[in-house]
Design a protein around this ligand. Structure first.
Ligand code: MV4
Length: 447
């Protein structure tokens, strides 16, 4: 097992990784920008290194500074957390080239899944259901139109270097497809430095359902069921739950088996997430994430498995040591993402936390690096806390979540807690009848 892990991240996820290290008896190195010197992950780590000024480019994305910090502290592994360098294959390779262990998948798997055209082709080969589309990158426009006529309009043009919803374009007919492809290419080149684009049949009211998997790269592999992440606004997830309110146990078992078969064939090592669109009872693979995700706690709460500890054990070369028959998914879990933002305008609301009281009690978990007196910096994203609640069923979980949200007191800044409370009173949320477009309509309704 590792003796010392450098945590190449900040905020709640840095603290999440730090806690896993401490429970495994592993020493920790925090890194921080000058804006984060007083952060919780820095205060609780065994050692800390300042890696640069507030701008992420010069600090959390500064590979030379991170590798130097690992070297001077004698760390033997690097946990990238999420965002930042967590899905950067070159960084993973560089960490390994410096004699350190990258806590995550191989650089090859990261690179493969980072290219959405390759990821989709691999998914198809592995037996995952996908949405019919251009079958690879769009080359000749006439060929693209011909293919679109076969599968039917509307189609959605996506960037191969994209993901997460940026730079997508809908085309309702051949004329629109012809005009949108060059625009999509230009934008893709500008956003992702990769002009490759592809298209898929457009699903008009999908849910976003993702499967959490763990593989050890030695044949061991399990899934921890799904998370329903359909409640999003501008491609920002707001609330995630597990299990999905719309899946029956047979459907879960079926897609879970397909996911495990795929991951085993890949020889995948680490934690990963297969993202699907789900509509009219059918799953279609869209992307795979090769990192730990923000919403991983909901899977932990229903499975009792500490995903970050498992990431570390797997990276150290330990076999998973259990199979799917050992996985028992119980009850229901919901995560509310608490953002420092105005609950009506969604404008960021950084600043000093003047008072802080976190909820507690049975089934309540807070993943947050906040404390009274801390100043939420303006340079980073606005996620400041994750309230994660577990209950024996969805009804109990929702009631517990409501009372926990009412207990939560964050003074000095605006948060979206009022939005979460409104959401939990909404009949369509309560009966689970929402798709990926529902929340956007809900928040737009009375503003
Ligand atoms: C789609 C789609 C409909 N049809 N693909 C957006 C994020 C990116 N990961 C995939 N996205 C979508 N892909 C086809 N073929 C609709 C979306 C989509 C969406 C997906 C998940 C969560 C929120 C979304 C919001 C708008 C559109």
């Amino acid at each position: 097992m590792f003796e010392k892990i450098l945590i190449a991240n900040r905020g709640e996820i840095a603290l999440r990784v730090l806690r896993a290290c401490q429970e495994l008896g592993i020493a920790t190195v925090a890194v921080h920008s000058t804006a984060d010197a007083q952060s919780m992950h820095v205060l609780l780590a065994d050692e800390s290194v300042c890696i640069g000024p507030p701008s992420v480019r010069d600090s959390y994305l500064n590979v030379a500074a991170l590798l130097s910090a690992a070297h001077i502290t004698g760390a033997d592994a690097v946990h990238p957390g999420l965002g930042f360098l967590s899905e950067n294959a070159d960084f993973a390779q560089m960490v390994e080239d410096h004699g350190l262990t990258f806590i995550g998948p191989t650089p090859e798997h990261i690179r493969m899944m980072g290219d959405k055209v390759i990821a989709k082709r691999v998914a198809l080969e592995l037996g995952l259901p996908t949405v019919p589309g251009s079958d690879g990158a769009i080359g000749d426009i006439d060929e693209a139109v011909e293919r679109a006529e076969e599968i039917g309009y509307p189609v959605l043009i996506k960037a191969s270097g994209g993901g997460g919803g940026r730079g997508m374009k809908v085309a309702h007919n051949a004329e629109e497809l012809r005009s949108q492809i060059p625009i999509a290419r230009t934008e893709a080149k500008a956003f992702f430095n990769n002009e490759e684009v592809y298209f898929e049949r457009y699903l008009d009211r999908p849910r976003h359902i993702e499967i959490q998997i763990l593989g050890d790269g030695q044949g061991g592999c399990v899934h921890l069921g799904e998370r329903d992440c359909s409640l999003q606004r501008s491609h920002q997830k707001i609330l995630e739950e597990a299990p999905s309110p719309v899946l029956r146990p047979e459907q879960r078992a079926a897609i879970g088996k397909i996911a495990i078969d795929a991951i085993k064939q890949l020889g995948y090592r680490g934690a990963g997430t297969l993202e699907f669109l789900y509509q009219d009872g059918h799953f279609a693979f869209i992307e795979m994430n090769t990192r730990i995700q923000v919403e991983h706690p909901v899977s932990e709460m229903i499975s009792g498995i500490d995903l970050v500890q498992e990431q570390i054990r797997i990276a150290a070369g330990e076999p998973l040591g259990y199979d799917q028959s050992a996985i028992r998914l119980t009850g229901h879990a919901i995560e509310c993402r608490i953002n420092a933002e105005n609950p009506v305008t969604f404008m960021p609301s950084p600043g000093k936390i003047t008072s802080y009281h976190a909820p507690g009690g049975y089934g309540v978990r807070i993943d947050s690096a906040l404390y009274a007196g801390y100043t939420v910096p303006s340079q980073y994203d606005s996620l400041i806390s994750k309230l994660v609640v577990h209950g024996k069923d969805r009804r109990e979980c929702v009631m517990r979540l409501k009372r926990a949200l009412h207990e939560y007191a964050i003074g000095g800044i605006d948060t979206n807690i009022p939005l979460h409370l409104r959401l939990l009173d909404e009949p369509e949320f309560l009966n689970g009848a929402y798709d990926v477009h529902w929340l956007q309509k809900f928040v737009g309704r009375d503003s």
